[in-house]
Ligand binder design. Structure first.
Ligand SMILES: *Cc1c(COP(=O)(O)O)cnc(C)c1O
Length: 395
């Protein structure tokens, strides 16, 4: 059996999105900046896409900027608000300890440039407290950035409430909604945000295309200099086939969100229930306030990397919280932020489901994962010490 359970990393391109990509590339091949008819037709198609994306988010078309993806959108929003604030002498930024690196590393760069960065704690459940955010907001704050849904543990953050406070205090508010868009209702007005980042490949569009919502009047600097595309804020010939594919994927993903969420969360809860029976394990994040497709566990006495490799041999594509991609052995900053100690954080497993996930796949994972965990524990010196009482169990 082959089970793809890594949809938070990227999703399979939807057939309708692929079709839109191909048709747009053929039909609207002109450069939207060209004055001739082929260019104008492409420009009209770009306008239609912008209108559709805006409609899904509850935004105005002129508030949507197409970008290369989530990372670029996060960077542009954060740097814009920060540099605009600095001009007025405001250099404090409030964010959370569990943001994606696209946010955290941008904040680190700003910190080196003299900004004060406050990363709010999230507690054991992985959810930031509105009061904690409010306490930090002051007249020097130029930006608050809180993600809508976490990519590792799936927790949903009180973005709407924090956004409301920011609005009252006139502090620009950004939310990284990359994991949320296409998977739960996302409306820029309900969220009270000034900036919102999304990425196509997290909901069935190809990689390398995303969007940034910027509320009318919110400052926006361009990261890429060149032509006047995207109202002079993002130079470079528009990737129209990818934009059209993302638009179709977004419309398809959000067409019946309640049904999608109901179906996928039932599968998620079944998998969580089955895996919870493994001794000395713990669910990461909140059991209820989480993305409908996210399952994240820590298993004591094993290494996440070995678990992934063995699961892959069983045909299961999963992910671990450790930052092995960066070649470092540091465990995930998200798992550390919810209080997992290093050893435990190393034994993490993330399974992210999609609407294509089947009951059979859930049953297969529920059978294989406990077997593989038991096998690895059988070879683990740490597990032997735990069993012999030379170490104490944490989970
Ligand atoms: C994937 C992801 C990003 C980065 O998006 P890209 O399009 O891959 O650059 C940013 N934030 C979150 C929460 C993500 O899951």
């Amino acid at each position: 059996m082959f089970v793809y359970a890594d949809n938070a990393a990227t999703t399979k391109v939807r057939p309708a999105a692929l079709k839109a990509f191909e048709e747009t590339a053929q039909k609207y091949f002109g450069n939207p900046s060209s004055l001739h008819s082929a260019g104008q037709r492409a420009k009209e198609e770009l306008t239609r896409c912008r209108e559709k994306v805006a409609a899904v988010l509850g935004a105005r078309p002129e508030e949507i900027y197409f970008t290369s993806g989530g990372s670029e959108s996060d960077n542009q929003a954060i740097l814009s608000a920060a540099y605009f604030g600095a001009k007025k002498g405001k250099k404090k930024i409030i964010s959370t300890a569990i943001e994606h690196h696209a946010v955290l590393h941008t904040l680190k760069k700003l910190q080196k440039e003299g900004f004060e960065v406050v990363l709010l704690p999230v507690g054991e459940r992985g959810i930031v407290k509105v009061e904690d955010a409010e306490k930090e907001m002051d007249e020097n704050t130029c930006l608050v950035s809180v993600m809508l849904a976490n990519n590792e543990i799936g927790t949903l953050q009180p973005v709407s409430e924090i956004g409301k406070l920011c609005r009252e205090k006139k502090i620009p508010f950004h939310t990284d909604a990359v994991q949320a868009v296409g998977h739960m209702p996302v409306n820029v007005n309900d969220l009270n945000c000034d900036y919102l980042a999304l990425s196509g490949h997290k909901f069935g569009a190809p990689r390398g295309v995303g969007a940034l919502y910027v509320r009318r009047g919110a400052p926006l600097l361009n990261l890429i200099e060149g032509g006047a595309q995207e109202r002079g804020k993002r130079a470079g010939t528009e990737n129209l086939p990818a934009i059209a594919a993302m638009t179709v994927a977004l419309e398809e993903a959000t067409r019946d969100l309640p049904a999608y969420m109901k179906k996928v969360s039932a599968l998620r809860d079944e998998l969580i229930e089955n895996l919870s029976k493994i001794p000395h394990c713990a669910l990461n994040g909140d059991p209820e306030k989480r993305l409908c497709g996210n399952v994240s566990f820590c298993f004591e006495g094993i290494e996440g990397e070995s678990l992934l490799l063995l699961l892959d041999e069983e045909g299961i594509c999963a992910s671990s919280g450790s930052a092995c991609t960066s070649g470092s052995l540091d465990p995930s900053h998200v798992l550390l932020a919810i209080g997992r100690v290093h050893d435990v954080a190393h034994g993490s497993l993330r399974l992210t489901l999609s609407e294509d996930t089947t009951e059979e796949e859930i049953a297969y994972m529920s059978e294989k994962i406990p077997q593989v965990v038991a096998y690895l524990r059988g070879m683990s010196p740490v597990w032997r010490d735990l069993q012999e009482g030379k170490r104490t169990y944490i989970l």
